[in-house]
Design a protein around this ligand. Structure first.
Ligand code: SF4
Ligand code: SF4
Length: 102
């Protein structure tokens, strides 16, 4: 009977992927329309590259809470468009990068 051979995979060390900036990979990029953003966090949860966070705007709402808005880290965004699809408030639209415009 043939022995099962298990090859070692290429597994990077923790945080190694931070060194690989993948922001150039996509043909599109997401633009946050800040006035529409409700800081619900859906895009943060669904982004496969974990490159969206909610940041404080420096303003407070009518209840005195600090306002937040989604912010994309373009160093790592691959332009997949998931954030734009899951946003229920039409606060993220995808744009084509200059390089790919006809
Ligand atoms: S899903 Fe839309 S509304 Fe919610 S935080 Fe992201 S951009 Fe803002
Ligand atoms: S386009 Fe994709 S990778 Fe970029 S922020 Fe949105 S969900 Fe994340």
């Amino acid at each position: 009977m043939e022995k099962l051979r298990i090859t070692l995979g290429a597994v990077s060390r923790p945080l190694e992927s931070l060194k690989v900036k993948t922001g150039d990979w996509g043909a599109e990029y997401p633009v946050v329309i800040e006035e529409n953003c409700k800081a619900c966090g859906d895009c943060v949860v669904y982004c496969p590259d974990l490159c969206i966070e909610l940041v404080e705007t420096g303003e407070v709402d009518e209840k005195g809470r600090k306002k937040k808005v989604a912010k994309v880290n373009y160093d790592y965004c691959k332009g997949c468009g998931t954030c734009s699809v899951v946003c229920r408030h039409e606060a993220i639209k995808m744009e084509i990068k200059e390089l790919y415009k006809g």
